[in-house]
Design a protein around this ligand. Structure first.
Ligand code: NAD
Length: 460
């Protein structure tokens, strides 16, 4: 483990060449701000490649958990944390230590506010906090998903105005201002697909957009040491837009299959069979799958960052808005399907005992953010249903950004006691054949009961 004091570091301010050399020699000190689903795995990846990493987080519980060598993210083991600690990884809430770092990577949340507008407060808070400690020659990279222009219009003005050394970001090909008065800035979006075990993180190409060619090269060298491929683009804004295009592409295509699913249900066609058949086309078709509604920190949120920004240009992003409308309506479609299914059994939603299977927004992950299950539970409760839930990843549902459900997980037993079981998240742990066997009625939003031929199953 390499020890560098702030004073020692201040004495040897690296310019472009020194920083590049430090990165190549694995001697660059990496500071990662925001140790959540994105920042912590990134810290571990740098650690695996022998970099000394310091994580910064305002959540003291996370800092303490890591200090004990434990993990708070399901898919990251305590063993991985301990291994990283041996490599020099530590976590802190002390921003003063930013001065010691060579590269600073920001991975803080970018949610929407109650008016469905970008909430950049986490980015601005972080930037205000690091600015006083900014040093010449440092590389600052923003990874949080956001609208094009955030790095240059929001982050840089704060860093330039509030640093104590009169530093400016290196702009233009010449690298001006002078080495002792400059820092480097870039944007590089996170592209992780939680729960995806088919693509190793290192194999996901990393898009990098620097403010000037030197910043691009430095950020490219930094990420090139942990990812197999980096993809340079011409500016931070191009990199910001790349990430949004990827997520909007998903959002719009999911809306398309959600809409077609509802038509297929009316036409008595199986959308899953149709998608599987269309997927055999060797070109021009990429499968997307319908579901109970969008979830997660990205797809339901990110597209609206762009629609908000587009208004500044007197432009309406109609695909995003339409997709948002269709996807947001899906939990209501699930509610209507539950009502219809209960009706077939001469029962109403009001008073029905309903078990929700799976509350994570996606199969096999421990993330509840924006999960459609929460909306479905709230809608059912509003209609008078007695709702229970089961999810292997969540012993309880507490307070979230939108909901305060305060529910405890029920055991997966005596399934015959429920009037209806709703499959919202098709975790691999579930034995759907057994569940259908024991249940009175199953509403399946995920095609989890594919191949199970039972009159008890209603596909929705
Ligand atoms: N989760 C994903 O799969 C994913 C994928 C791609 C992109 N992203 C984007 O990456 C960014 C981070 O997402 P995440 O899922 O890791 O969020 P997260 O909520 O899991 O983690 C964010 C962390 O930042 C910390 N934090 C907040 N403000 C801070 C501050 N001022 N200083 C230091 N720490 C602070 C929080 O305590 C938290 O630990 C978001 O912009 C998100 O859209 C996420």
């Amino acid at each position: 483990m390499k020890k560098h004091s702030a004073a020692k570091r201040a004495a040897s301010r690296p310019g472009y060449d020194e920083l590049k050399n430090k990165i190549q020699q694995r001697e660059a000190l990496i500071g990662i701000i925001g140790l959540g689903y994105v920042g912590l795995p990134l810290a571990l990846l740098f650690s695996e490649q022998k970099f000394s990493v310091t994580g910064f987080d305002i959540d003291q519980r996370k800092v303490d958990t890591l200090a004990r060598g434990e993990s708070y993210i399901f898919r990251i083991t305590a063993e991985e944390i301990r291994k990283a600690k041996k490599q020099g990884f530590s976590a802190t809430s002390e921003y003063a230590r930013i001065a010691e770092m060579d590269a600073i990577i920001i991975c803080v949340p970018t949610p929407l506010n109650q008016y469905h507008e970008p909430d950049l407060s986490f980015i601005t808070d972080t930037t205000h906090a690091i600015a006083p400690h900014l040093q010449a020659g440092q590389l600052v990279v923003l990874e949080s998903t956001t609208y094009p222009g955030t790095t240059e219009e929001v982050m840089l003005p704060i860093l330039e105005k509030e640093n104590k050394n009169g530093l400016k970001a290196a702009r233009g090909a010449s690298g001006a201002p002078k080495a002792e008065k400059q820092f480097f800035a870039a944007f590089s979006p996170e592209r992780e697909d939680p729960g995806n075990t088919t693509v190793a993180r290192r194999d996901i190409p990393k898009v990098v957009g620097g403010l000037n060619p030197q910043a691009s090269e430095l950020a490219g060298a930094l990420y090139g040491s942990i990812f197999h491929r980096t993809v340079p683009v011409s500016s931070p804004a191009a990199a910001e837009m790349t990430k949004l295009l990827e997520n909007i592409y998903r959002c719009v295509n999911i809306a398309l299959v959600n809409e077609l699913k509802m038509l297929c249900l009316r036409m008595n066609l199986d959308i899953w069979e149709v998608i599987a058949a269309a997927s055999t086309k060797p070109f021009g078709f990429h499968p997307f799958y319908p579901g109970p509604g969008l979830g997660g920190h990205c797809i339901p949120v990110d597209p609206f960052y762009l629609s908000w920004k587009a208004k500044e240009y007197d432009f309406r992003t109609r695909f995003i808005e339409l997709a948002g409308e269709i996807n947001t309506a899906m939990p209501y479609h699930v509610l209507a399907s539950i009502g219809g299914a209960l009706n077939q059994h001469k029962k109403s939603v009001n008073g029905a005992r309903v078990l929700i299977l799976g509350v994570a927004y996606k199969k096999d992950i421990d993330d509840l953010r924006e999960s459609p299950a929460l909306t479905i539970i709230e809608l059912l409760q509003h209609e008078g249903a007695q709702v229970s839930y089961h999810d292997p990843y969540f012993p309880m549902i507490g307070k979230g950004r939108k909901y305060d459900l305060q529910m405890k997980r029920t055991e997966l037993e005596r399934l015959g006691q429920y009037d209806c079981i709703v499959i919202v998240t098709d975790h691999s742990d579930y034995n759907f054949k057994k569940i259908v066997g024991e249940a009175k009625l199953v509403v399946d939003t995920r095609n989890a009961t594919k191949g199970i031929d039972s009159p008890k199953v209603v596909r929705c």
